[in-house]
Design a binder for this molecule. Structure first.
Ligand SMILES: Cc1cc2nc3c(=O)[nH]c(=O)nc-3n(C[C@H](O)[C@H](O)[C@H](O)COP(=O)(O)O)c2cc1C
Length: 165
């Protein structure tokens, strides 16, 4: 194993053990078809203005769509939405949006139902970073439901534990 491969493996192990939430980032393509993928690289950036970021693999099927669009929605999954997490990360899933209810917002962005929260964003930056692009979005609309968010840790997803100190 080369040093680079060893470091890559260790990096994956470390980052895969760093707990995160799970989002499905959605938009519509030039034919008005909904597009979305599971993402855990989402993070908050700024309060004034409200900015967030996430990154997309240059090899993702939807990369070109997200390169072109001027807005997207961050759907932060609820703890009981495990199936959605896997549906939107599965390469073999042809019609990801037929598996659960969703609707178009007034900003014409697909919003998945019963998520923990959704942040509709205007894309303000698209930055090349290694084998990914970083997207920075300015929040133009936001909603929160009663559900608790999902947690992702070592390839497993679940709800926030009841005992939490
Ligand atoms: C928990 C989880 C988090 C993920 N986070 C990202 C991410 O931040 N960026 C990314 O490009 N892919 C991420 N993926 C992988 C994509 O969801 C997956 O490659 C998907 O099939 C891409 O869809 P597309 O090819 O239709 O664009 C993640 C997958 C999982 C299960």
């Amino acid at each position: 194993m080369t040093v680079k491969t060893e470091s890559t493996q260790l990096f994956k192990e470390i980052m895969g053990s760093y707990p995160t939430g799970v989002t499905v980032i959605t938009t519509v393509d030039s034919n008005n078809k909904p597009v979305g993928l599971t993402v855990n690289s989402f993070a908050s950036v700024s309060l004034d203005p409200l900015l967030i970021l996430w990154s997309i693999d240059k090899n993702a099927g939807s990369c070109d769509v997200f390169k072109k669009v001027d807005k997207f929605s961050v759907n932060i999954l609820a703890g009981n939405q495990q199936e959605i997490c896997w549906t939107f990360s599965s390469k073999s899933e042809q019609d990801r949006f037929s598996k659960q209810p969703w609707s178009l917002s007034k900003n014409k962005l697909p919003i998945l139902e019963n998520v923990f929260a959704s942040l509709e964003c205007k894309k303000v930056q698209f930055i090349e970073a290694g084998d990914h692009y970083i997207l920075i979005g300015e929040v133009i609309d936001l909603n929160k439901n009663e559900q608790e968010p999902m947690l992702y840790f070592r390839r497993k997803v679940g709800s926030v534990p009841e005992q939490w100190e």
